[in-house]
Design a protein. Sequence first.
Lengths: 263, 472, 337
Amino acid sequence: MKMAVLVKQVPATENIKIDPVTGVMQRDNLQSELNPLDTYAVEQAVRMKKNFQQSTVTAVSMGIPAAQSILRQAIAMGCDEGVLLSDRAFAGSDTWATAHVLAKGLQKLGGFDIIFAGERATDGETGQVGPCVAVQLNIPVLTFVSEVKIEEDGKILATRSVEGGYELVRVSSPVLISVVKEINEPWIPDYNGMMKSRSASIKIMTAQDIGVDKADCGLEGSPTRVSKVFYPKLTRNGEVFSDSDPEKAAQKIVDFLKEKNIL
Amino acid sequence: MKEYSKITSENIKKLRDICTDNAVIYEDDSALQAYSHDEAGGSFYAHMPQAVVKPCSSEQVSQIVRFAAAQNIPLTPRGAGSGLAGACVPLYGGIVLSLERMNRILEIDTQNMVAVVEPGVVTNDLCKKAQEKGLYYAGYPMSVHSSFIGGNVATNAGGSKVIKYGNTSHHVLGLEVVLPDGSIVQYGGKRRKDSSGYDMVHLFIGSEGTLGVITKIFLNLVPLAGMTVDLMVPFESVAKAIASIEPVIRSSSVLPSAVEFLDGTSVKYSCSYNNMELPFMQEAQAYMIVQFEAENSEQIQTLYEKAGKLFLDMGALNVYIADNRNNSEKIWRIRRNWLESLKAIDPNVPTGDVVVPISEIPAMVEYIKAVGKKYEVDIPVAGHAADGNLHPAPLNNGSSCEQWREVSEKILSEIALKACELGGAVSGEHGIGFIKKNLLSITKKNQIESMLKIKKSFDPNNIMNPGKLYEY
Amino acid sequence: MSKDIWTFARVINGRLTETSFELLTWGRALADSLGSSLCSVFISSKIQNDEVDKLFLYGADKVYAIQDERLKNFLPDIYMKAACHMIKKYSPHVVIAPADTFGKTLMPMVASRLRTGLTADCTELSIEDETGLLLQTRPAIGGNVMATIKTPYTVPQMATVRPMAKKPLKHKGSAREMVEEKVEEEFFTSSYEYVGFRQDESSEIALNQAEVIVGGGRGMKDEKNFSRLYELASLLGGGVGASRAAVDMGWVAYPHQIGLSGKTVSPKVYFAFGISGAVQHIAGISGAGHVISVNKDPDSNIFNISDLSIIGDCNEVLEKLVKKLQETGAVIKNERV
């Protein structure tokens, strides 16, 4: 089985600091990391690889050259190789253009049975790229997947975590599967994985390599435009109740709910 | 020894005058209860205070101490109550002096690399504040998220960073103390050297509130390490795990900042609590966690490569490497939540705190397991391997509360005495409190005599935290 | 090219979801500022006429529908074809869908197929005066940044909006046109086989549709305490949410996780019991009407974004609150359709 995993480099959100006065994000020392939600996709592919002989997993990302490090991380977790789609022309791509580049890259690499993706990235938080890629590749997509089984006849039975429960859906490969966090619990790379990831060479492919027209990527190829960016202040100036008696605190909550016409 | 006086409502009025009305808890059993115990053993070690006072300045502390001394009321200073030896339990009732409101970080002096804090500062808050200025407070007890600096100093707390940075006493440059007569004195300060006379600062470190109340602390800060890497290493035997420590440390160009140990049972409990699964949970009898600090990723790579290879050569089942915060957190969650995971099974789980030479850890662990067998209880063990510091935690197998107190004390005593036999001590970092008082008197007779002389000269009326460390 | 505003409605078990009506409130404001029609669109098995009438009651001028028994369940490829077919035929100016697992699957597929712009999780939609373009405002990077996005060159302009962010509003319209769209047989071939549905035993209410969410974090101490949040949730007719810490501890399953790596919710009231308020968690509750938090640490971050901050032991307060509500029998005022 030939598998791919889509991964993204994102800012390490734990370190994000917001200036409390201006509300502006302080960008100094902003470190980046493998999108935490992508690690579940990587882990799922690697686990399936272990269950199927002669399987391979290719980690694919679109990003700046520095994003090689997250592909190495994916290799350390057990992926066989990493491919970085990187070109100045890709800068400023929105979800449509990003999906287009990824789809072209995947097509060029060719013949994947399953493409895994995370639910969404923790920076853009759209969750749109996975389904968009599937449509551009003209293959089915399973979103919000919390369990995958390969049946004896090779069909894929997936459990989708949806509002109020789980939906069971069956498809044939090729398919794109975007997974949610509950699908597995990734452990951390071992010594061999780390050493392998350090020596692995990351394949870098440009727009020309994958046959992406400049008009279909980057800002030019993006249907959307950001017209304004602003920094909201998240604080609310609420009432503080500090009496240590829990009885009184409970009464306070009831009063508050009544006052706000909720109870 | 003359009887202590009971607190009267007149006394309370006076205490409320010194502080404020809401700074004094009196005749409110449910509120007082919270101050009757620490994290050790549970209700059977609890003693109710008559009153709790929460001062917010050294002056208030001084007035309270003066007042208690005049009235002959015992006074028990208290930090976060996260201790494990009962040191803050008011054995004779009286006043619990809670330092929770003295929680200001007074200064992060970057030029002198010194922090000045009040005792009620949560250790982790100081770590964070120092970090914002590119500095590091290296005192890092496992209870870093709850314990107070004041308590760390009073018990000379250790933690996971001792191998590289030393325990709390290594970081304290000065103390302001309210002595049992109410006088406010400062020893040491913003200076790293002082050879002028007795080292009074270190006399108070680990004194567990028996000599006075610590009201201000000057702490040494060091440069913040740029990056860290954590290795988690399963071994099929404790002996193999421990045997790898020295070669790994020696071969690395730097001291590791942590070398932790968990036995197989501990990992099982902690993983089930954390809802995690680890490789080799069936076969591994020991897991080591090793952390290195470095300036850049090249150094990190060199460090884990060398250490990783050595561990494998020494028979490790595998070596898992975390070079980013998400993966590091996965490793440390297992260690940090160890005690919590045992409490989920036995809320009153007692924890021993023995220390032995590193080389004796395998013998110590073997002995602990043998004791467990003898009493038919499970005794998971975790600790700070490079310090030779182990925490055996016997889990109640269904005995009643009273029975269990007796059995668990027996178990922990046997283990502690064995530790001394192996060249160790009965407490590594939790202190003596009153729970290990007996063990101290058996194992360190000479020291007790000297300690009593010091106690008499500071606190002849035995007002300060009576009943702790020794029989007065 | 019409200036019509389309909102997606969803049918589950023969009934329109609450979100279907909320979306009409979003759409109504846009249609009014453009002076155009508001159309509700659904793809489903055949539903009752009085069910369809509700769409008119809550603001739709026109309803487009493809109804067939084979559309009972959400089969993404057929739904995409159906949606694209209608959009191409009637050329709406704007298409809005809910940012739930349905909308967040279907909309990117449709946008990708039509090569047009789509903006996820909008918290605000308006019409730009000069151009008549849709201004789509959404949070990113955990709500630390807000961005206003436009789709200037292609139509339709597509957006998903968070459920529960607006209330359904009754509307007296004059036009009430129902267009039943017929499609060819070949439409119904799908790559997907719908196998079944299993309800989540731990939660009756989908979190992103709950009016009240009772959230718990590490401060709840253990699983037993955590499970008591359900008592409060059921008294208030709400759902149970959790911080990442609580999910990581295994006290509750991942679908309950709220925040950056979990769900984004907009309940009327959000309770935070023993939640410290990491940036990631706060990102998930910025759309909440009122935030009530209980934490013993007076400096915890959650208090910065709370309307009522209770400094105290979350387990004790929870216990008393449950008791109080049981005794008084107070219930949440319900304004749902």
